[in-house]
Write a protein that binds this ligand. Sequence first.
Ligand SMILES: [Zn+2]
Length: 174
Amino acid sequence: MLDRLKDFDGPPVEWRFAAGLRVMRGQLESGPGGGAEVHAASWVRRREVVLDTALAGSADELARIVAHELFHFVWLRMHNGQRRAWSELLATERTRGELGWSSEWRRRELDPADARLNTRRWREYTSESFCDTGAWIAIGLPGDQDVTPGGRWLRRRERFFRELRSHWNGAWRI
Ligand SMILES: [Zn+2]
C-alpha cells in the first residue's frame, strides 16, 4: 500500500487506528455508542491521523481513505489563489456528482447561495471535494459516492490536479 502513496512528499505523519470511530456532537469518539460513523479524522497541523480499524480489512479502501486524509495536508500547503481556483471550478460545475461520500453528502446540503457567500458549509464542501477527487486521481479507485460527475467535469478536475502537481515537481506536497 505504501507503494501507492509514494508520490506524497513531506515531513512524517503519525497514524493510529481506533475501533468504532464516530462523530458525536462535534466530537470524535471511538468504541460503541451513537453519532455518525466516520472512516478517519486528521489533525493536519499536529500531523496526526486516526483511522477506523474496519479499514484494515480492505487494502483498496484503506489506500483510498489514507490518500483522502493526505490530501487534507496537501490542501493546507496550497496558497489561497489555488484554493480559490478549486472553489471556482466547483462553483461552475453543472453536476450533482462527486468522487466520494464525504463531499457528496455535503454537496447535497448546499444552498445555491453558499458558493456566492463563501459560507463555512461551502468551504467544508470544497475541501472534502478536493480530497475525494485527489484520492480518486492518486489511487485510481472509484469512491463511495452514489453519483459520479460526468466525463467533462472529471477532465476539468484532472486538469486542475495536473497543474497543481506540475508546480511541485510531480509530487503531492504534504
Ligand atoms: Zn475529508
